[in-house]
Design a protein around this ligand. Sequence first.
Ligand code: HEC
Length: 106
Amino acid sequence: MKRASLLMLAFVLFGPAANAQEQGDPAAGRAFAEEVCALCHAVGPGDIHSPKLDATSFETVANTPGMSVIALSVWLQTPHPTMPNLLLKTEDLHNVIAYITSLKDR
Ligand code: HEC
């Protein structure tokens, strides 16, 4: 039930009650991902072959159990040796997360 409660929390924080800025814009997120993340990740729907082979495709990320809005925010705001230190503006962060989660179950 851990995942369910995380999802609930995500819903409370980022759901319809949140203002538009916090919710993120999937279309803007996709444009951003194609510009910045596509260097390594497969970012498009149905796109599973990442240019950098060990970078998970965004569709796979979206369908990974437990990969909630919260988990994505944490991942994207902590440094990782395999990813250049991406400094995402809050707006870009919300948009790209909105885009990734929109790929779920397609
Ligand atoms: C220089 C190449 C590179 C760029 C650019 C890059 N990534 Fe990554 N990313 C990776 C690699 C390699 C991994 C797998 C690393 C690992 O698991 O430690 C990864 C992992 C991830 C994961 C976790 C996937 C999982 O299955 O745990 C997420 C989420 C992610 N990237 C999002 C992004 C986003 C969003 C962007 C653009 C803002 C981005 N990445 C840009 C190389 C990159």
